[in-house]
Design a protein around this ligand. Structure first.
Ligand SMILES: Cc1ncc(COP(=O)(O)O)c(C=O)c1O
Length: 488
């Protein structure tokens, strides 16, 4: 047992020289709200009520809708998780068929189970065999409709954790032509509505937000990429294809009945900031990132995702939010984990996360020149050490598996999650039907869902994560050794 309180530990960390390349987006560098206890109230007279807003909160949410270009926006104080649950619950009747990008967050899987939905999966492209999910292609959405014309909604993530953006405009056209609703998890793109896009979205600009690209419902985590407190999020209604009443009913179900005024005040301050000074700061960040990527060209031992896909010339619109610096070291085993540890332990630069083969650093408009210079110095030194072999890492030539493999859906996820089960060793489960959701975190995208038949290819993915030291989550057995499967 530690004597130190959580608060003391946090204060101690705040005073250290650790530089945050992770969320929340305020990066502990704004002090807009320093009197937390003074302003932490409940719904007293004169302060409106989030669930029946007609006063100061309604005005704040209208300001937000206006700022991002939505028809109606809602503050959310339980993160995008709450917005995703509410959006899917509202847009999809019980038992409906939904087309879901396979690389969606676990909250989508949970909504599918809560509503007894039938998922049909759309698989993302693979980025350069890197075990990174790429775009969802409009043609694949069309194919999903050809196979299941009854699809009620299409649900996808854009940008992804790694910053990959799909062509929402074209996907929306496909979905709407079939009478469906497009729900975009833009948890990682709350900054996009405030970005400068130039006249033609030239390549140095950030991608458009799904709000202006034709999505019907867009959910954003303000806390991830904007200067907002953790859990601050928003749901935007962007068209008349969704019922406002149903969305509000769903938010009543999933959102706390005691929403924090501290978070809501923070979101209001953030929107006001982003309408003025914040926009300029975002532009300064993207300019600074261009310089960073130019400098990265000289670190030959390292690869960077953004320049890689830019040169791959995949499609004509910007396809990556390059504020996420995603990188690895060429040909080294477990380089992502090793780079993560070196950045943290030797340079006191804290990454957002690492996968076995790459690291994600989140940059934001709150970043400082000092932060960038420290990062560049660290990467340059690591590169030199790899070059002259003073850093000795095991080499690998093995290919990475895909992040996802198509699996046969034998039962609805909800039915499978509630059916009688038996426990079997994971590596002896081929041919059995899973009763559990399995994912690695981050990014928390299930690669196995209840109701899916386990294949040898799936076990390849599991083996890869295991040998890379990644923990599996979502299973009752926290060691990941055994899995619950349907008894038959
Ligand atoms: C793609 C994606 N969607 C949704 C979420 C959930 O967001 P929140 O943590 O704000 O609930 C996350 C969280 O990591 C995410 O990465």
């Amino acid at each position: 047992m530690q004597d130190q309180s959580i608060y003391e530990k946090l204060r101690e960390y705040a005073k250290s020289d650790a530089y945050p390349f992770h969320m929340p987006g305020h990066k502990r560098k704004v002090d807009w709200i320093s009197d937390v206890y003074d302003i932490d109230i409940t719904e007293i007279d004169g302060f409106d009520d989030l669930h029946h807003a007609d006063g100061i909160l309604e005005e704040g949410m209208a300001r937000m809708a206006n700022a991002v270009g939505a028809k109606k926006s809602y503050y959310i104080v339980n993160g995008s998780t709450c917005g995703i649950l509410a959006a899917i619950y509202a847009a999809c009747p019980q038992g409906a068929t939904v087309a879901v990008a396979r690389n969606t967050h676990k909250s989508v899987a949970h909504a599918i189970m809560l509503r007894g939905l039938k998922p049909t999966y759309i698989y993302p492209q693979n980025v350069d065999n890197l075990c990174i999910s790429g775009q969802i292609i409009p043609k694949d959405v069309e194919k999903a409709y050809e196979q299941s014309p009854e699809i009620a909604a299409v649900i996808l993530t854009s940008p992804t954790y790694e910053g990959i953006v799909s062509n929402i405009r074209q996907i929306a056209d496909v979905v709407h032509a079939h009478g469906g609703v497009l729900i975009v998890d833009e948890a990682h793109g709350a900054h996009l509505p405030y970005a400068n896009h130039g006249a033609n979205q030239e390549e140095t600009y950030l991608p458009y937000s799904a709000v202006r690209e034709g999505a019907d419902i867009v959910i954003q985590s303000l806390h991830k990429t904007l200067p907002c407190l953790t859990q601050s999020a928003a749901l935007h209604i962007c068209s008349d294809r969704v019922s406002v009443k149903k969305i509000e009913r769903a938010l009543h179900i999933f959102e706390t009945s005691s929403p924090s005024y501290v978070l809501m005040a923070g979101m209001d301050l953030c929107v006001r900031y982003m309408q003025g000074e914040g926009k300029k700061k975002l532009q300064m960040l993207t300019d600074r990132l261009q310089l960073f990527y130019e400098r990265s060209e000289s670190w030959k031992q390292l690869w960077f995702l953004y320049p890689k896909i830019k040169s791959a010339d995949m499609i004509s619109i910007p396809i990556a939010d390059y504020t996420k610096i995603v990188f690895g070291a060429k040909g080294y085993k477990n380089a992502g984990r090793k780079l993560h540890e070196i950045l943290r332990d030797r340079y006191h630069l804290q990454p957002e996360m690492s996968a076995p083969d790459y690291v994600i650093l989140m940059t934001m408009l709150t970043d400082t020149e000092e932060g960038f210079l420290r990062l560049e110095a660290a990467l340059s030194e690591i590169n030199d050490e790899l070059e002259c072999s003073s850093l000795v890492w095991e080499r690998t030539t093995s290919a990475y598996p895909s992040a996802f493999v198509p699996l046969e859906l034998v039962m609805l996820p909800l039915e499978a999650a509630e059916a009688p089960v038996i426990q079997v060793p994971f590596f002896e489960s081929v041919g059995k039907i899973s009763a559990e959701t399995v994912y690695v975190y981050p990014p928390g995208c299930p690669f196995l869902m209840p109701g899916e038949k386990i294949s040898e290819e799936l076990l390849e993915i599991v083996r890869y994560y295991r040998t890379s030291g990644m923990e599996l989550y979502g299973m009752e057995d926290e060691t990941g050794e055994t899995l619950l499967v349907i008894e038959n």
